[in-house]
Design a protein around this ligand. Structure first.
Ligand code: PMP
Length: 353
């Protein structure tokens, strides 16, 4: 705490490196990374990269990447924004589009970073509880508001809403921006990207960190009406900042263009998710229906923190949240089949399971 700090940062809790320990030999199922390497084209880009070019600044517009993303989504490049991970895209979105006097509506349980931005930018927000079965009920998201944001599929619950529900929401809220964070959409959920041309109030945010195995490169992006995209560009440009470095721009394009590899990896993860869910259920867990690369599960008898600790002692990291309402659940990233087998084998040795 310092008397020199502005009031908004006094309550901020820095992200602790606890979830990214610098120890070898761990099975890391705690931060929803992809267990497979990026597409082979990414390695090819890195190997053939001419380091002499690094003395130049990267393309500040990221035009080639925006064009590649636009082509994939059947949009124009002025409907695309890119940033250093979707966390940065989200930060700029809060700054540029979600600071109004009317309340921002969001689920009480969703991606925790939203609240960091809400506090930092002093945003008037109304947190709406999930239903008893952990679902977002979009009937609660109406009336005067200064914007709506949620993750779809939601995190950490893993449950997704279908496109019809999203479209109804957009029709009911034409006067405010609706931000849908689709960090996990590629693992079986429906993307709202195809609604972008019909709804000028929709901003869809995605990332290369999960389904494209590029968390280390920090590439995120948004699709939306050019007016929304311009708002993000204005905020970014006022910092005179380059959104992405040269390697991030080029590797992202390579990852995007390998459709077969992408399909193969996401399919494998979904199959492994199904296997893991069945195994967990046999061990007495309740597993929420997942459209993500993780499952959210609670055991009927043994508390989640006990299980998290037990797994940690056996070098398997999973995520446990202390927030009331979800503190008896574990969020388990889907790794390779071997990793998931190790998880299940380890749980089987627990004396109470
Ligand atoms: N949204 C959600 C729902 C997430 O879980 C995450 C990753 N933890 C992000 C956004 C940010 O991902 P990245 O910055 O790596 O793109």
């Amino acid at each position: 705490m310092s008397r020199f700090w502005s009031p908004a940062i006094q309550s901020l809790v820095p992200y602790t490196p606890g979830e990214q320990p610098k120890v070898d030999g761990l099975i890391k199922l705690n931060t929803n990374e992809n267990p497979f390497p990026p597409a082979p084209g990414v390695e090819a880009v890195l190997r053939s990269f001419d380091t002499e070019r690094l003395r130049l600044y990267p393309d500040p517009e990221c035009l080639a990447l925006k064009q590649a993303l636009a082509k994939e989504a059947d949009l124009e490049h002025n409907q695309v924004f890119v940033g250093n991970g979707s966390d940065e895209v989200l930060a700029l979105t809060f700054m540029a589009l979600l600071r109004h006097t009317r309340p921002l509506l969001l689920p009480e349980t969703s991606y925790s970073f939203y609240n960091v931005y809400i506090d930092l930018f002093n945003i008037n927000a109304r947190h709406i509880p999930l239903s008893d079965d952990f679902r977002i009920d979009l009937d609660d998201y109406c009336g005067e508001n200064g914007g709506i944001i949620f993750a779809n599929p939601n995190a950490p619950t893993s449950i997704s809403l279908d496109l019809n529900a999203i479209e109804t929401l957009l029709k009911r809220n034409t006067e405010s921006v609706v931000v849908i964070d689709e960090a996990y959409v590629d693992f079986g959920a429906e993307s709202a990207t195809r609604l972008v041309n019909s709804y000028p109030n929709l901003l869809v945010i995605q990332t290369f960190s999960k389904s494209r195995s590029l968390a280390g490169m920090r590439v995120g992006f948004a699709f939306g009406h050019p007016e929304l995209i311009e708002a993000l560009e204005r905020v970014k440009n006022s910092f005179n900042s380059y959104p992405l470095d040269m390697l991030a721009q080029q590797t992202a394009i390579a990852a995007l263009e390998d459709h077969d590899y992408f399909k193969q990896c996401t399919r494998t993860i979904m199959e492994t998710r199904q296997w893991t869910s069945t195994q967990l259920e046999q061990l007495g867990f309740k597993v929420l229906p997942s459209h993500t690369n993780f499952v959210f599960a609670s055991h009927t008898r043994v508390p989640a923190d006990t299980l998290m600790q037990y797994l940690r002692e056996h070098k398997i990291l999973v995520r446990h949240f202390t927030k009331p309402g979800i503190n008896n659940h574990l969020r388990i990233t889907i790794g390779t089949t071997n990793e998931m087998q190790s998880l299940i084998d380890c749980l089987r040795t627990h004396p109470e399971l």
